[in-house]
Ligand binder design. Structure first.
Ligand code: SIN
Ligand code: CO
Length: 373
C-alpha cells in the first residue's frame, strides 16, 4: 500500500505496526487546505433533531454540566467555554461520509462515525480518556491538546461526564485546520479551544465481549433445535420432595450440552450484528420509486450506490446488509462484494448481475438502502 499524507506520509501498514493501539501520532497537514464541511448553523440545526445524537457540555466556574440532545437551544456563540458535540455527521452529509471513508484502510466493521464538535474559546470536554481509538482532525480554528500516557485513569466522582482526577500532561500541541492527532484507546487527553473551533473525531467500533456474548445467545436462541421433552421412566420415590433429583439435573445437562455452534454460526451472527444500523438510523425510501423496469434501465445508465446509512459487509459466501444476511452463490458474490467494497456498482457491473441480485437491489432501492448513481 502506498504512503498516505493523511497518516503523515507513512503507509497504513507502518501506521498499524507502529501506532495503532500503541502510541499517539501527530500529523501536521494531514489534509492540506482542509475546510470545514458544515457551518455552525447546520450543526446546531442537526442537534435539534430527534434522531441525531448530540450533547452540550458547559463548564461554569469549574462546574461541568452535560445535556443530551435534542438541543433546541445552545448558548450564544459569544459565551465562552461551551462545546456542542454531534455524532453520526457522516449520515447527514455526503462529504462527511466521504471523509470517514478516507479511513477505509481500516475495515468497515471497525469504523464507527464522524463526530463534529464545536467549541467557543476555552471550551472542551475536560481531561478524560476514551475506550476507543480516535483520529482528531482539526477542521476550523485552533485547539490545544494536552496528552498523557499516565496509568492513573481514576475519575472524579459524581460528574456528569468522565473527568480524570489526576491529569498530568506530558505533551502539548496546538492543532490548526488540516492537522490531525491519533490517540490509542485509554490515552489521557484534554483539548481546549483557542478561540472558536471545530474538531472532527473519526471514531471506531469495538464491541465489548459481554455485549457480543449477550447478543450471540439471543441469536442462538432463534437457531437452536433441541427435540424431545424431559422424561424419567426410571424415577425413584422422592425422599426430600423439595430437592431436585441428581438424575434430573444430569439429564438436563446432557441435553443442554447439545447446544453447539460452529464458525458459520459465529460468522452469520457477527455479520448481522455489525451491519445492524444504530437504533436512531432511519432509511428514507425514494419519494416516488421507479417501477422495476424503469429502475433497471436507469441503473444500467447511472449505476447504483449504497446509501451513506447502509452498512454492508461480507465473509465467504455470506453477505450482510443492514442486519440481514444472505448466503450467495459464487457469481452473485462477485457482484455483491464489489458493491460492498466500492459502495457502488457501475452499469457494466450490473449487467453481470443475476435476476436474484437484481431483485434484491430493487427491494433495497425501495427501502432506501441503495440509491441510483
Ligand atoms: C472534542 O472534540 O471536543 C472532544 C473529542 C475528544 O476528546 O474525544
Ligand atoms: Co476524547
Amino acid at each position: 500500500m502506498k504512503k498516505l499524507q493523511l497518516l503523515g506520509n507513512i503507509t497504513p501498514a507502518q501506521f498499524l505496526r507502529d501506532y495503532w493501539h500503541k502510541k499517539p501520532l501527530l500529523i501536521r497537514n494531514a489534509i492540506p487546505g482542509f475546510k470545514p464541511l458544515l457551518k455552525f448553523d447546520k450543526l446546531a440545526e442537526a442537534a435539534r433533531l430527534n434522531h441525531v445524537e448530540s450533547r452540550l457540555v458547559t463548564n461554569v466556574d469549574g462546574q461541568w454540566d452535560m445535556q443530551h440532545g435534542p438541543l433546541l437551544e445552545v448558548p450564544p456563540r459569544t459565551q465562552r467555554e461551551w462545546t456542542l458535540l454531534v455524532q453520526g455527521v457522516n449520515l447527514l452529509d455526503e462529504r462527511a461520509d466521504a471523509l470517514l471513508r478516507e479511513f477505509r484502510f481500516l475495515p468497515d466493521a471497525r469504523l464507527d462515525d464522524l463526530m463534529v464538535s464545536y467549541a467557543t474559546d476555552g471550551g472542551g470536554v475536560g481531561p478524560h480518556f476514551d475506550s476507543y481509538d480516535v483520529f482528531l482532525l482539526q477542521a476550523q480554528g485552533k485547539r490545544r491538546w494536552k496528552i498523557s500516557a499516565q496509568q492513573d485513569l481514576s475519575l472524579v466522582d459524581g460528574m456528569p461526564l468522565k473527568i480524570l482526577s489526576n491529569f498530568t500532561p506530558e505533551e502539548e500541541f496546538v492543532l490548526e485546520p488540516g492537522d490531525m492527532l491519533y490517540l490509542p484507546p485509554h490515552y489521557a487527553h484534554d483539548g481546549v479551544a483557542e478561540g472558536e473551533c471545530m474538531t472532527y473525531s473519526i471514531g471506531f467500533r469495538a464491541p465489548s465481549f459481554q455485549e457480543l456474548g449477550e447478543a450471540f445467545l439471543q441469536f442462538m436462541a432463534d437457531s437452536i433445535d433441541l427435540p424431545g421433552r424431559y422424561a424419567d421412566p426410571g424415577l425413584q420415590p422422592a425422599k426430600n420432595p423439595a430437592e431436585i433429583p441428581r438424575e434430573m439435573l444430569a439429564s438436563v445437562t446432557e441435553e443442554l450440552n447439545k447446544v453447539r455452534w460452529d464458525e458459520e454460526d459465529v460468522t452469520v451472527f457477527f455479520g448481522e450484528y455489525m451491519s445492524e444500523p444504530k437504533h436512531n438510523v432511519f432509511f428514507t425510501p425514494p419519494p416516488k420509486p421507479l417501477v422495476v423496469g424503469r429502475f433497471m434501465e436507469t441503473a444500467a445508465k447511472r449505476g447504483l450506490k449504497l446509501s451513506a446509512k447502509s452498512l454492508m459487509l461480507y465473509r465467504g459466501k455470506h453477505v450482510f446488509i443492514n442486519g440481514e444476511s444472505f448466503a450467495v452463490n459464487r457469481a452473485d458474490k462477485i457482484v455483491l462484494d464489489v458493491l460492498a467494497n466500492e459502495r457502488r456498482l457501475t452499469g457494466e457491473a450490473l449487467a453481470q448481475a443475476s435476476d436474484d441480485v437484481l431483485e434484491a437491489l430493487y427491494t433495497w432501492y425501495q427501502d432506501g438502502w441503495v440509491e441510483l448513481g
